[in-house]
Ligand binder design. Structure first.
Ligand code: ZN
Length: 357
């Protein structure tokens, strides 16, 4: 028996082909939006691993599904790849935990190839998470030639737009420091007639180099939708809140524990009220304070806080309960406001459920 997640105009399932592990489809257009292919650990493809667990869970309010999948290599020390994926509306978040087998080390790790099928009219990139206080830069990649991006450095966000204004956005997780991996890393975005392929070799440590035995964790998200999607407007009876984070929590980093607490407190104060709640927040930002990540022993670790807003949006909509909608407005000047991720935050939650496929 196999399962799939589905929602408003999309479905996500384990792919039946041998080249891809997971597939996201636009069910209205009957088109595939994304293929998540396989990872490679120490040069051994994930296809050689055995699926020990693959569980789909739906939330009771039918706005979120979670998938847990564990693939274990059936030889050596049994290295493993654990994925926790959540789908809410038109947002997929992926967390990967890669564990070396007993007595083994990870010298080489390539995350799944991501393949975006189809023809794109525009490709844009945010190359890097900026220095704290600096501006985000979204720049266009010329769609000539095969190689759109090739670097030892990760990129922060890739935005693809089709001729009929369908957009798909790939973003690194908030823990930007993790994305730098180790050794001779390699990131690329390539274009062919069939679509666009992203490669992410995050660990590549030469045989003669000493290597620490450690697990690795990587996060990324994919958001999609029409560029022309409307925003939800404030109606009479709705509440608009504009928390003063600097005053209340001495920080504007959404990852900071004091800020998280303050934002949730503002939402809880609305529980007695009725109507929808819109929260107006400052722009997504980068921050180096390792204290926000509760990693003692480190002072500086660069992170950015968009995925913390995904968490807040989900939590607040559950907390306010049925028939009340929580949305987040980013400033007019924010690049993210006009990306699929920002439109996701500014609109009501939509369905996400699990069914037998
Ligand atoms: Zn921070």
């Amino acid at each position: 028996m196999s399962f799939e997640s589905f929602g408003d105009g999309w479905k996500f399932s384990g792919a039946s082909s041998s080249s891809a592990a997971w597939s996201l489809c636009d069910t209205r257009q009957g088109q595939e939006l994304l293929e998540i292919r396989y990872a490679t650990v120490n040069n051994t493809p994930e296809q050689d691993a055995i699926c020990e667990k693959c569980r789909f869970h739906g939330k009771l309010d039918n706005t979120e599904t979670a998938i847990e999948s564990l693939n274990v290599y059936p030889f050596g020390g049994e290295s493993s790849i654990l994925r926790n994926m959540t789908l809410r509306g038109k947002l997929l978040e992926v967390r990967m935990d890669i564990k070396p087998g007993k007595g083994e080390v990870i010298r080489d790790l390539e995350l799944e190839e991501l393949f975006f099928p189809g023809e794109f009219a525009k490709a844009e990139i945010i190359r890097s998470v900026p220095e704290p206080g600096q501006k985000w830069q979204l720049e266009e990649l010329p769609l000539t030639g095969e190689v759109l991006y090739e670097s030892s450095q990760p990129f922060a966000v890739l935005l693809l737009t089709t001729g009929d204004n369908m957009q798909i956005e790939l973003g690194s997780g908030g823990d930007w420091w993790r994305m730098h991996g180790a050794g001779d890393t390699f990131w690329s975005i390539k274009r062919t007639d069939d679509g666009i392929t992203v490669r992410r070799r995050v660990v590549a440590i030469a045989a003669e180099e000493a290597v620490e035995r450690r697990p690795w964790r990587f996060n990324y998200y994919v958001a999609w939708g029409k560029k022309t999607q409307m925003r939800m407007l404030v109606a009479p009876g709705d509440t608009v809140i504009t928390p003063d984070l600097l005053r209340a929590a001495q920080s504007e980093c959404f990852q900071a524990p004091a800020v998280r607490k303050q934002l949730r407190k503002s939402v809880r104060q609305q529980q007695e009220n009725s109507g929808n709640v819109q929260m107006i927040l400052p722009d997504v930002k980068s921050c180096d304070d390792a204290g926000h990540l509760e990693r003692p022993g480190k002072k500086q670790l660069r992170h950015w806080d968009l995925d913390e807003l995904f968490a807040l949006y989900s939590w607040a909509n559950r907390t306010l309960g049925e028939n009340r909608i929580f949305t987040i407005e980013l400033p007019e000047t924010s690049i993210f406001r006009n990306l699929p991720s920002g439109r996701y935050l500014a609109n009501p939650p939509t369905a996400a459920m699990v069914r037998e496929s």
